[in-house]
Design a protein around this ligand. Structure first.
Ligand SMILES: NC(=O)c1ccc[n+]([C@@H]2O[C@H](COP(=O)([O-])OP(=O)(O)OC[C@H]3O[C@@H](n4cnc5c(N)ncnc54)[C@H](OP(=O)(O)O)[C@@H]3O)[C@@H](O)[C@H]2O)c1
Length: 266
């Protein structure tokens, strides 16, 4: 159950912080308990105005609540220098940065309880996925409470975080990219862009719904592919061009990139 009494401080008011804050507010979390801070005061102001949250113009000393570190991994060392004297013992530190290990966060914030999590942008519309890991059972419980209405939450061992980052974190982009290819293919074969988009979006809605009833993907594919028909002809190309391998390479390279970021940051 969502606990609305927590005070949440988001540092780095970019894409993922926006998605988390919007999702939480839409799900009923009080905007008055949410604070945002970005090195660019314009970004903070926009977010504050749009979502009616509070801003930290300068990051003040915090002695309680939850700090969410939402900056790019490359910006983390500088951010840490800026905030290390401002995070009191009572603060829980949660990082969603790709490739920055929990160990690193714990070493930096040695007096705080820490958690690493990997959300995705779908959290904005209460259909996100969050993988999380922490040594603190209490913080796992608190974080699960905070996001219970906006994401499916799973505690996952940290060694799986590179692949989780590549599949769940980056995942919306793989789906959008596939949708984009379908839309473009429809246009190339004569549909107007808006017609092609409407068809593909309708397909996506219907297929997502169907997947809540039947999860065996081979069965679902077979149901559409009558022998000698159009679908079978298209599936043959998917097989011949080895689309499985292309997708597998996409996940491998993204997983590899997450590992590189982790190595570069430790
Ligand atoms: N986007 C996703 O789908 C996603 C999903 C899962 C995890 N993540 C993780 O979330 C983190 C943020 O990603 P994002 O896509 O939200 O990036 P983003 O849109 O670039 O947002 C990061 C924000 O932090 C600001 N920032 C940089 N240094 C700062 C500092 N010292 N103090 C305060 N603010 C600072 C940036 O400002 P400038 O732009 O001016 O540098 C930017 O506004 C990354 O570590 C990423 O791995 C992202």
């Amino acid at each position: 159950m969502q606990n609305n009494n927590y005070k949440l401080h988001f540092i780095g008011a970019g894409n993922i912080a926006n998605a988390m804050i919007s999702g939480l507010i839409k799900s009923g979390f009080p905007s008055s308990n949410i604070y945002a801070y970005d090195k660019d005061p314009v970004k903070t102001t926009v977010l504050v105005k749009e979502l009616n949250i509070n801003s930290h113009e300068e990051l003040d000393f915090l002695d309680e609540g939850f700090v969410f570190i939402c900056v790019k991994p490359v910006d983390y060392p500088k951010l840490f220098e800026d905030i290390k004297e401002k995070i009191g013992k009572g603060v829980s530190v949660l990082s969603c940065m790709a490739g920055i290990s929990l160990d690193r966060i714990e070493k930096d914030f040695e007096e705080n309880i820490c958690l690493r999590f990997m959300p995705n942008m779908l959290i904005e519309n209460s259909s996100g996925f969050i993988a999380l890991t922490s040594k603190s059972k209490k913080l796992v419980k608190d974080c699960s409470n905070i996001f219970s209405k906006v994401a499916d939450i799973k505690e996952i061992p940290e060694e799986m975080f590179d692949v989780i980052t590549a599949t769940a974190g980056s995942g919306p982009a793989w789906i959008y990219s596939y949708i984009n290819s379908l839309v473009k293919a429809g246009c190339k074969s004569g549909l107007k862009e808006e017609e092609s988009k409407a068809i593909v979006l309708s397909l996506l809605k219907g297929a997502s719904k169907k997947l809540t009833q039947e999860t065996d993907l081979n069965i679902l594919i077979q149901q559409v592919a009558s022998p000698g028909g159009t679908t079978e002809a298209g599936l043959k190309i998917i097989e011949e061009e080895n689309v499985d391998k292309i997708i597998s390479d996409v996940i491998s390279i993204a997983t590899q990139r997450s590992k590189e970021l982790r190595k570069g940051s430790s």
